[in-house]
Design a protein around this ligand. Structure first.
Ligand code: PEP
Ligand code: MN
Length: 355
């Protein structure tokens, strides 16, 4: 790898002084400069490891004095913040469960606003996305921190909770951080592949994807003995393994889009125009069918027809190397719009949708 991305690395939780220091020393030896460790852990259910709390803060302070690394931890309320700052924290992050709660974010923001200006200038505050893909809530949390006079702010994309089992622990839904970037272009965005993937083997591909999308850095969990970790064991890697992963990543050059890229983008623009045109044509035909159904008292939806159409297209999609899920979603959206346009024709004529 030519250039290195900004990386925050460290265990999910500070579990013992030995584990914290061993992990930090090995990360420092591998060249990492910023150490993360959870002190207070928001666990989904009671009985999980909830972190050591304030007694572990001196271990992080020791990491800083011994290795020279900057230190970062999660805070969820004003008391956590005060204790973390007393321990000399260089950065704090607001976790996904906290950023979903404006009361909690405001409490932290008020405590930040009360700090001396110099402390506010020095402190970096990272705002993780809320657990749900609610961009406005994420932006709101960032605005609360900004209004408290903090200027070193970054967003952290850690994926979004969803129901059921998926490849990812928290599916990334990349369009959300991409839209955040469009809305707040100057704001650095850091990717957290550990919590997105939930698996050690997904760290590298997710990190590479983030770099391809021009994220500004990565926050990755690393533990001296991952298999013995008290929280998030499956997604942690040793410091040496993490160094190998970072080394394998390719940071895309900053350069201007090349001529080839321009040409490819022109092709995409043309195809998108054609798609729009086709969709417009399709909706015109749908409306014509709507008028025919109305005249002949045929109900709008015939489930048999919908299922046949879906199956036919999804099978055809597979033959074209298109993912059935992708095509299934698009067809479902198109069908929904068709139904709603036909329903409008029925409504306009004074006929109920149910016939
Ligand atoms: C963490 O970073 O350890 C953590 C708990 O993350 P999140 O708030 O994204 O779940
Ligand atoms: Mn974790």
């Amino acid at each position: 790898m030519g250039r290195s991305p900004l990386v925050l690395a460290g265990p999910c939780s500070a579990e013992s002084e030995e584990q914290t220091l061993d992990t930090a020393r090995r990360l420092a030896a591998a060249g990492f400069r910023i150490f993360r460790a959870g002190v207070w852990k928001p666990r989904t259910r009671p009985g999980g490891f909830e972190g050591i709390g304030a007694p572990s803060l001196p271990w992080l302070a020791r990491v800083k004095s011994e290795t020279g690394m900057l230190i970062a931890t999660e805070v969820a309320n004003a008391r956590h913040l005060a204790e973390a700052l007393d321990a000399g924290m260089d950065a704090i992050w607001i976790g996904a469960r906290t950023s979903a709660n404006p009361f909690a974010v405001q409490e932290i923001a008020d405590a930040l606003a009360a700090l001396p200006q110099a402390r506010r200038d020095a402190l970096a505050v990272l705002v993780k996305n809320p657990v749900n893909p609610d961009l406005e809530l994420w932006i709101g949390a960032i605005q609360r921190i900004y209004a408290a006079g903090i200027r070193r702010i970054a967003a952290v994309h850690r994926g979004f909770s969803s129901y059921g089992k998926h490849l990812y622990r928290n599916p990334p839904e990349w369009r959300v951080p991409i839209e955040l970037h469009r809305r707040l272009p100057g704001l650095p965005i850091i990717c957290d592949p550990s919590h997105i993937g939930g698996r050690a083997d997904l760290i590298a591909p997710i990190s590479q994807q983030a770099l391809n999308l021009r994220f500004d850095g990565l926050i990755i969990e690393s533990h001296c003995r991952p298999e013995q970790a008290l929280s998030d064991a499956a997604q942690q890697v040793t410091p040496e393994c993490l160094a190998g992963i970072i080394d394998s990543l390719v940071v895309p050059a900053d350069g201007q889009p090349t001529e080839t890229l321009d040409m490819l983008r022109q092709q995409i623009d043309r195809i998108d125009d054609e798609l729009l045109d086709l969709l417009a044509q399709r909706m015109r035909v749908s409306r014509e069918i709507g008028r025919y159904k109305l005249a002949n008292r045929i109900p709008i939806v015939q489930p048999g027809r919908y299922n046949d159409l879906m199956k036919l297209r999804v099978d055809a999609a597979a033959a074209l190397d298109l993912s059935p899920e992708f095509i299934g979603n698009i067809l479902a959206t198109i069908h929904e719009e068709s139904v709603s346009q036909q329903a409008e024709i029925f409504r306009d004529s004074g006929v109920g949708i149910k016939n």
